[in-house]
Design a protein around this ligand. Sequence first.
Ligand SMILES: Nc1ncnc2c1ncn2[C@@H]1O[C@H](COP(=O)(O)OP(=O)(O)O)[C@@H](O)[C@H]1O
Ligand SMILES: [Mg+2]
Length: 497
Amino acid sequence: MSIKLRLILSNIAMITVPIILFIITSFLLMIVFLGDIREMTNFLPESHNYHKTKQQDTIMFLELKEKSVVNPDGLMSQEYLQSLNNDLSKIDSGLMIRKNDEIFFSTAELRNVDTKELPEFGTERSFRSLEKVGEQTFAIKQHDFFLQDGARVSLFLMRDASPWNRFVRTFFPILFGLCLLILIATNGLLAYFVSKSIIKPINQLKKAAHFIKNGDLEHSMIAIRNDEIGQLTQSFEEMRIQLKESHKIQKQYEDNRKELIAHISHDLKTPITSIKGYIEGIRDGVADTPEKRARYIQTIYTKAVDMDHLIDELFLFSKLDLGKVPFDFERLDIKDYLTDYFEELSFDLRKQNVDLNFQYTPNGIYHVLADREKIKRVLANIINNSLKYMDKDKKELKISLHSTDENVVISITDNGPGIPDEAIPFIFNQFYRAEQSRNNLTGGSGLGLSIAKMIIEEHNGEIKLESTLMIGTKITIILPNHTFVLRRPHHEKDFDY
Ligand SMILES: Nc1ncnc2c1ncn2[C@@H]1O[C@H](COP(=O)(O)OP(=O)(O)O)[C@@H](O)[C@H]1O
Ligand SMILES: [Mg+2]
């Protein structure tokens, strides 16, 4: 149930529950106070026994009237009047006697009546309509007579005709208190139940927010309800997961950065240390023959070249990482481009006893959008790796080119030592070098393949590596095809360099 609906229902209940409870309790109160529910009818102006009461008080009135004629002094005796009390209360009436202008007798319930407003002497009527006396309304029967001493006596038989007023006046404080009590109770209970269902999950959210504030992103929250707070909890949980994820990435970046600095320091320190050593050797006369000196100087030169190369790669790497390397894209027939490039390489390769085999479908059109220099850098990195890590006497490099409607795919396969399976996932990471190449004296920064990857990704392409130990390594470069490939019958053409 949504909170909105819950609040609406609670508001409706806030009105209806007190009304129902109020009606029930006032009913019960009446029964308790009046003994019998039938008594209630006494209070109703049009009650069934109104008639009966009327008859009784008419009889009483006639009796009094008769007595005033037969024995007026007897009527006026306090003794007789007090004896009437009981009968009067039965017919629910009061008696008031005015002698001259003074009140001579009054039953208890009429004590508060404003006597000045009673009808005057001589306005007697056996049946009188309702009369307002002070604040109250009475049905008054009046009888006027003279005593023997000539005193004017008015006799009033009065029945309270405002029973609702009386009822309300009697019960008002109770009803008011009751009303207040019921309101407070209903309000309190509803507030308790509604707020419990709202405040509890909010408190949970508060706790969870507190955890997050303190950097603890492990506390997951489950939305139990499907209301607004449930949705909020859900969003909160999604936010936590996102935050955790971005924290993880942030940490990864942080770790990478630290690792990068450590690697750079190490890879720069190593050649510098040996350069220092060789120079000290020359300075201190350890290299005491011209041949030795020449060898030392050659080593220093090689180390300096290595460092230069490393700094170049580092520079390129960081510029690529920052996205600050301009790319000069042009439409390129990669088949022609590769043919030219391998022809350029062929002399060097032959010298190193490498057998390079380039295969492609001659009728295929291999157009890509590429930066010539950058692609050359990628190819050089890959081929250099193949040559650098090669451990066989007969070195083989197989390059194949094929295309689909979407892609142009170049794969470069060598018959080198291969890469252990556990190293493959990290091979494109910066500074990563598989264990055996760290131990070998192959040199290298571990930046080559990560640079290649960044360049290929800048071309909207993909670079992958597959490798089997002892057999060799295959690198696949996939670039988006920039031509409509004409489908012609396949026949492969081999190029041997
Ligand atoms: N053709 C290959 N044969 C065997 N191992 C390779 C080959 N290419 C790359 N590797 C492994 O991948 C690592 C990362 O290559 P790279 O990023 O070019 O760095 P570097 O060549 O400077 O070590 C190398 O250190 C090497 O262990
Ligand atoms: Mg390399």
